[in-house]
Design a binder for this molecule. Structure first.
Ligand code: PLP
Length: 395
């Protein structure tokens, strides 16, 4: 009998992509839509990056290449992590992948047995529970609750660790909340990981997009070196989403398994994009700091404006480019609000439950959009908010 493998029924898609599809459909019908649903910087890499991709192509760098990635790129990443995150890692411990998502998937596939439990943040990136389930592992959420300033609760995590817990997934700055884990939280997480001998999968894809102090990687904490894998890449920090470039930094014990996964899936990442990535890391034009400064400016304005919408409450995020808005006071469900915003107001945003059950009273807006778009979006949201202002008045 011809069937689809049962693992497919336990995996899930991404709310952002389905809202995007509906928004595009409305646009085809002639509607004006402001896209605040996707996690995609509205910037592009600088000219030196584009030129180096063209030069590499002209030089014939369009062949199969090293499975782990071009040596010069891996060395540049090691230097970059030292410069920006004070990490000392060897190029030997870096494996290039076509995007962070595949890096996450293959790292999890390399380390998890069916039945293993994976602790992950809720709300969080939808791939964490979906990939775990697809591998036959058991995703165990830990809450990022508003009453705990959207930080992981160490007591909750300690209480959820069992004999079967194999991996702790961290994401700081986090999608969708923008939470940057505090030093105390990271230290506590590291202690738990050591005590229970867990793998730590630290998704640091937003590490450069922070609005406060120096970024501290999970790898910096005692006992982390032999158990931590960092996932990072070029999609967010270098505005290169469509280039599909990511990497894993792994303990020496793990890299052979990652290379085996690479050989059995993508073989290697397009060579000319890897040469362009070297230029992106060198960032001659200062693209990343300029982009982050612009995000910081938008964050101020957008969060202030959102807090003027009746029933909306939003704390400025410490990192990433998302406004995570508590809509409890509107008396409406987040799905109803997002439907009204899109269908009636032409503003695309994502209901928080798309990021896990703990997100149900929230809506995520990306502020990776121009100041003019963000202002127009809030004007439109204000108009649509009459739908719930009646409910508010009756309270
Ligand atoms: C937390 C997190 N991890 C991983 C990814 C996937 O990144 P990439 O586009 O490089 O596959 C995303 C993208 O939205 C993300 O938000």
């Amino acid at each position: 009998m011809r069937t689809i493998a049962s693992r497919m029924s336990v995996m899930s898609g991404e709310g952002a992509l389905s809202v995007f599809a509906r928004a595009r459909e409305l646009e085809r019908q002639g509607r004006s839509i402001i896209h605040l649903e996707l996690g995609e910087p509205d910037f592009h890499p600088g000219p030196s990056v584009i030129e180096s991709a063209g030069k590499a192509l002209a030089e014939g760098k369009d062949r199969y290449c090293a499975v782990a990635g071009v040596a010069a790129l891996r060395e540049e990443i090691a230097a970059y992590l030292h410069r920006t995150r004070n990490l000392t890692v060897s190029a030997e411990n870096i494996v290039i992948a076509p995007g962070c998502k595949i890096a996450l998937f293959l790292a999890m596939m390399a380390l998890l047995e069916p039945g293993d439990e994976v602790l992950y943040p809720d709300p969080g990136f939808p791939g964490y529970p979906s990939i775990s389930l697809g591998l036959g592992a058991v995703p165990v959420p830990f809450e990022l609750a508003a009453h705990n300033r959207l930080q992981p609760d160490l007591n909750e995590i300690a209480a959820k660790i069992t004999r079967r817990t194999r991996m702790l997934l961290t994401n700081s700055p986090g999608n969708p909340t923008g939470t940057v884990y505090t030093d105390d939280v990271q230290r506590g997480l590291a202690e738990l990981a050591v005590k229970h001998d867990l793998w730590v999968l630290s998704d640091e894809i937003y590490a450069r997009i922070i609005y406060g102090n120096e970024y501290v990687s999970m790898l910096r904490y005692p006992g982390m070196e032999e158990r931590t894998l960092i996932i990072d890449g070029f999609s967010k920090s270098f505005a290169m989403t469509g280039w599909r470039l990511g990497y894993t930094v792994a303990p020496s014990e793990v890299t052979p398994a990652l290379l085996m996964m690479a050989v059995n899936t993508y073989t290697c990442v397009a060579e000319f994009t890897q040469y362009a990535a070297i230029e992106a890391l060198r960032d001659r034009e200062g693209t990343t700091p300029r982009m982050v400064a612009e995000f910081a400016h938008r964050r101020e304005q957008f969060v202030r404006d959102l807090n003027r919408v009746p029933g909306f409450r939003c704390q400025p995020p410490d990192g990433a480019f998302y406004a995570w808005v508590d809509i409890t006071d509107t008396g409406m469900k987040a799905e109803e609000i997002c439907r009204a915003l899109l269908e009636d107001g032409g503003v695309a945003a994502i209901p928080g439950a798309a990021f896990g059950p703990s997100g149900k009273d929230f809506v995520r807006f990306s502020f990776a959009s121009s100041v003019a778009n963000l202002k127009e979006a809030v004007d439109r949201i204000m108009k649509v908010s009459t739908a719930w202002q009646g409910t508010l008045a009756g309270q």
